[in-house]
Design a protein around this ligand. Sequence first.
Ligand code: SAM
Length: 285
Amino acid sequence: MQPIATIKKTKEIQEKYNVFTKKTYGQNFIIEPKVVEKIAQAAIKDPNELVFEIGPGIGALTQFLCQRSNQVIAFEIDDRLPVVLENEIGSDHLQIVLQDFLKVDVDSIIQKYRKENQKVVFASNLPYYITTPILFKLFETKEEIERITVMMQKEVGDRFLAKENDKDYNALSVITKYRCDVKKVMDVSRHVFWPKPNVDSMVIQFTFHQKYHLENEDVFFKMVKACFTQRRKTIYNNFSAFVQNKEIALSILEKAGIEASTRGQQCTLDDFIRLYECGKEYYDC
Ligand code: SAM
């Protein structure tokens, strides 16, 4: 197999199909085969896993995903690219869907493609302009996902890896820990992309666990987001706005054993879980 992820092949494909990169779609293609190979290895543990790729581009990563899995469904927004993928990869393991992934109902597509007992994984070199909304969409999915392995801007990756009291710790860090174990697969230099972006990248893997089962997770997520609304304010300030009653907010915080003067970024996932449990009858969402 001749890798697509080289500068020579990428330029050749771009000229052949007249598919020059579109900035608006966050198109920075990988031009180092070792990088895509490592992402595919981390993403797929078994050839029977159902793989969803977001943004295949001209196929740099897709090619390696199709080598490791028998079923890859790739969602691409750019209508110039399906023909490139079909011609250049030509694998019967691959199905291309021309669609904006932000408009996809993730539960429905999993139900549509998953065979009985099949594990579901996501892999992507994400378009950076929509990294967070895509990941939130996946974390809020009800259908079971095994793992997500994605490339993102280094600074965003740092937020996922952040622990309480770190400057990058926020609602996303907490919600992610509620759903998954998070680990860094590798750092990736800006020099292995074409065109070269202004930032370095990181590949992060999220492995879903079933450690927590709160009664109403949507409310829990809203409560966590509310506690970080204004970072400089105390948890008491942010949380009372969420509860819409200062006295009740204070009594819930006391019951949960959280000082009113604490800030959201000092609280652990366990603190937020206690806060939810101690006041759940008051949250009107
Ligand atoms: N996977 C390729 C690679 O690694 O070389 C391309 C990655 S490039 C950073 C991001 C890809 O996502 C582009 O092909 C872009 O067209 C596609 N894309 C951007 N927004 C999208 C969306 N909303 N839904 C699906 N694909 C999208």
